[in-house]
Design a binder for this molecule. Structure first.
Ligand code: ZN
Length: 317
C-alpha cells in the first residue's frame, strides 16, 4: 500500500488496489475532517460517472426520504431551476442520469463522456443536495397537499410522491413485501416503507421534512463514488474545494436500526382493493424467513441460487 495523502489535499488514501478483472485501479479515500468515504474506480472508460449517496434512515413510513429525493431536484440557490434533470437533459450529453431512494439510502448518480459537462453536472448535483431551496411549495407539490376540485366536491390528498406511491401500492405484491419486512424485522429500519405508504404520507410536516434534510444530507453521512477516465486529482480537488471545505464540523452517520427478529412464526393477514366482486384467484400467500445480512454476500448469493432453482426457472418444482 502506498501513502499518497500529499497528492490529494483534504483526503487520506486508505487503500489502493489494481483489480485485473475490471482492468481498473480502485482507490478508497476518506475525507480527513468529515470522514466520508470516496471510492474511485479509475480506468480508461470514457463514461465518467459520479454518485453522491446518503444514508437516509426512515423512522416511519411517511416517505420523507423519497419526497426529499424529488425535492432537492427542484433547485438550489445557485441553480434556481424548477426541474434540474430537465435542464441537464437539454445539454444531451449524459449517458445516465437518475436519483433513487432505497430502504436506507438515497443515491444521485450520473454519467457523461464529456469532461467539461462531467464537472458541470457534478457541481449541480452537489449544490442541489447540500444547498437545496426546499420551499414549502415544493414540499406540498412533491409530497402532499389538500386538493378540492370544486367548492362542493370532497377534499382530496394530492402530490407527486403521494400519487406515485398510491400507484405502487395498488399492486398487492408491494403490500406483501412491506408486511414481510415488517413481520421479520420488527423495530428495524426495514420495517418502514422508505418510499412512503399513502396512508402515512400526509402525517409528514414541512418542518420534519426540512429537519430530515439537515440531519442526513451532510458529507459525513454520505458516500461518494467516482468512475472512469477523468483526472482523479481534479475530481477530489473539486469536491473538497467547492463543497467539503464549506463544512467546518464533522457530522454524524445516521444509525440503521436492526430491530429484534421474532423467535416464533408471525402471521399477518391483510386485504386489498379489487376491481370486481369476483375474488377468484386473487388471494396471495407469501412465506418469508430471515437468512442473512446484506454484508454476507456469499450466503446471499447461495440463497438466490436456491430460490432460482426452486421457484424461478421453467424446471422449478
Ligand atoms: Zn419517486
Amino acid at each position: 500500500m502506498k501513502t499518497m495523502t500529499s497528492s490529494f489535499p483534504g483526503f487520506t488514501l486508505k487503500r489502493e488496489e489494481f483489480i485485473k478483472e475490471i482492468d481498473s485501479t480502485v482507490f478508497l479515500f476518506e475525507h480527513s475532517l468529515l470522514k466520508c468515504p470516496v471510492l474511485a474506480i479509475k480506468n480508461s472508460d470514457s463514461n465518467k460517472t459520479f454518485s453522491a449517496a446518503f444514508n437516509t434512515v426512515p423512522t416511519d413510513s411517511t416517505g420523507v426520504a423519497h419526497i426529499l429525493e424529488h425535492s432537492v431536484l427542484m433547485g438550489s440557490e445557485k441553480y434556481p431551476v424548477k426541474d434540474v434533470f430537465g435542464e441537464i437533459n437539454k445539454g444531451g450529453l449524459t449517458t445516465f442520469l437518475n436519483a433513487m431512494t432505497g430502504s436506507d439510502i438515497t443515491y444521485y448518480p450520473f454519467a457523461t463522456r464529456n469532461l467539461k459537462e462531467y464537472f458541470n453536472i457534478m457541481d449541480v448535483y452537489c449544490d442541489v443536495v447540500f444547498n437545496p431551496l426546499l420551499t414549502e411549495k415544493t414540499f406540498e407539490q412533491e409530497g402532499w397537499h389538500y386538493h378540492q376540485e370544486s367548492l362542493d366536491s370532497p377534499l382530496q390528498y394530492q402530490g407527486v410522491v403521494y400519487n406515485e406511491m398510491k400507484g405502487a401500492f395498488s399492486d398487492p405484491i408491494r403490500h406483501i413485501f412491506h408486511h414481510i419486512f415488517a413481520g421479520l424485522l420488527p423495530g428495524s429500519t426495514y420495517a418502514h416503507e422508505s418510499g412512503g405508504d399513502p396512508r402515512n404520507i400526509p402525517d409528514l410536516s414541512y418542518e420534519e421534512f426540512c429537519a430530515f434534510h439537515k440531519k442526513h444530507y451532510h458529507p459525513s453521512n454520505g458516500m461518494f463514488f467516482l468512475y472512469g477516465d477523468a483526472p482523479l486529482e481534479e475530481e477530489l480537488e473539486f469536491l473538497h474545494d467547492r463543497f467539503f471545505s464549506t463544512f467546518s464540523d464533522p457530522g454524524k452517520r445516521a444509525e440503521i436500526k436492526k430491530g429484534t427478529p421474532p423467535d416464533s412464526p408471525v402471521f399477518i393477514e391483510d386485504s386489498y382493493g379489487v376491481d370486481s366482486t369476483d375474488t377468484t384467484e386473487k388471494t396471495f400467500l407469501a412465506l418469508g424467513t430471515n437468512v442473512s445480512t446484506v454484508a454476507n454476500r456469499e450466503e446471499n448469493t447461495a440463497f438466490q441460487i436456491i430460490a432460482n432453482i426452486l421457484f424461478n426457472s421453467d424446471g422449478s418444482p
